[in-house]
Design a protein around this ligand. Structure first.
Ligand code: WQD
Length: 340
């Protein structure tokens, strides 16, 4: 049977690369587009190593509408998964213009081309940061959105609204996936999170510290109103997250009734920063060097998910937990340093 073509923007990025592998393994034909702003082009050869096929890749900046449209002229695109965006909460507070310009212009261009060329399904990489500072967790899709705590979160709130407004005139179906904290690596340890610049997310900071590439890591504040004073997050294994995208695509192409559907993608459990560090140390038998420092602007105190809707409608649920996240992240970091 002819494979349906799926344009994966941000295809050489962390979630994009893992999702390309899952899409191909489930009968889709992914095409990657990425400008390498925050990802490693070598992901393509690692993907090839895992699936045995070289995925078609376009090195294009999605902020360039003319260049973006060339892809739609060359390829028959059945669906799009739009990952391409900058996604570091702390960095977005420092660089709001970069985040609004990059994340919104890219989305507008891809969405405009998708409608012009009759794309049937649009999966949007949204985020739990759209919920803002929630009053309690677990958070479900009906939880009222609070003001975003960071420009990054604001770009995701605005992104969801842009899609809802722009899609009305088309027969496209859109699925908005609100990720909690993606973490961990492919079980082969051949691919994982490899930020171009210094890591900003907790788990890669932990593994960089453990392997000695960072002398000591900082815990951003231990005076929050939580069980040990550090922030609570819901860490979701990247392999579970990749699987969820393929299931969301199946849903959008073959079952979706409403034009726009929103789903939380999280593990349903919350861990404090110190608990996450302890989980890493315990499962890998490695002692971490860390110090308590000032709070990081843009952080919410605590948030974790309910994924019941994704379970009932996407037939998805996480297979892995914090132990597998920390194990796979560590295996990837060790492997990654072998080739440095
Ligand atoms: C987690 C916790 C930090 C680094 C991420 C993604 C975002 C979105 C939501 C998908 C916070 C603390 C971190 C460090 C620390 N996901 N921390 N020392 O900010 O929750 O956002 O998940 O869209 O894209 O970025 O993740 O890993 O940066 O922080 O203490 O060196 O770890 O303060 O409490 P965050 P994070």
């Amino acid at each position: 049977m002819q494979r349906k073509t799926v344009l994966v923007t941000g295809g050489t990025g962390y979630i994009g690369s893992h999702t390309i592998i899952n899409l191909y393994e489930h009968g889709y034909l992914p095409i990657s587009i990425d400008n390498g702003m925050n990802s490693d082009i070598s992901s393509l050869s690692k993907i090839e190593d895992i699936i045995g096929v070289r995925i078609k890749h376009y090195n294009i900046d999605l902020q360039d509408l003319t260049k973006t449209e060339t892809i739609f002229k060359e390829q028959k695109i059945d669906a799009i998964i739009h990952f391409a965006a900058l996604k570091a909460v702390g960095e977005s507070v420092e660089k709001p213009f970069l985040y609004f310009r990059n994340n919104l212009n890219s989305l507008l261009n891809v969405q405009e081309c998708a409608q012009k060329y009759g794309v049937k399904a649009f999966i949007f990489s949204s985020s739990c940061t759209v919920y803002g500072e929630v009053k309690s967790s677990p958070v479900d899709e009906y939880t009222e959105l609070q003001p975003a705590e960071s420009p990054y979160g604001r770009t995701k709130q605005m992104g969801e609204e842009i899609i809802e407004d722009c899609i009305k005139k088309s027969d496209m179906k859109a699925v908005l996936l609100r990720y909690f904290n993606p973490a961990g690596a492919h079980l082969s340890a051949k691919i994982g999170e490899s930020p171009i610049n210094t890591a900003q997310n907790l788990v890669p900071v932990i593994t960089e510290t453990a392997i000695g590439n960072r002398p000591c890591m900082k815990v951003f504040g231990n005076d929050y109103d939580t069980r040990d004073g550090t922030c609570v997050r819901d860490y979701i294994h990247i392999m579970d997250l990749a699987e969820a995208h393929t299931l969301a695509l199946d849903f959008a192409l073959y079952r979706q009734q409403n034009q726009v559907e929103v789903f939380n993608l999280g593990s349903g459990s919350g861990y404090t920063v110190l608990e996450a560090i302890n989980a890493f140390e315990t499962v890998n038998n490695v002692k971490l060097s860390y110090e308590i420092s000032a709070r990081r602007p843009g952080d919410v105190v605590a948030i974790y998910s309910s994924y019941e809707k994704a379970k009932n409608q996407l037939y998805w649920q996480p297979k892995y937990g914090i132990k597998e996240i920390m194990q796979s992240a560590w295996e990837w970091e060790k492997n990654r340093n072998l080739t440095k």
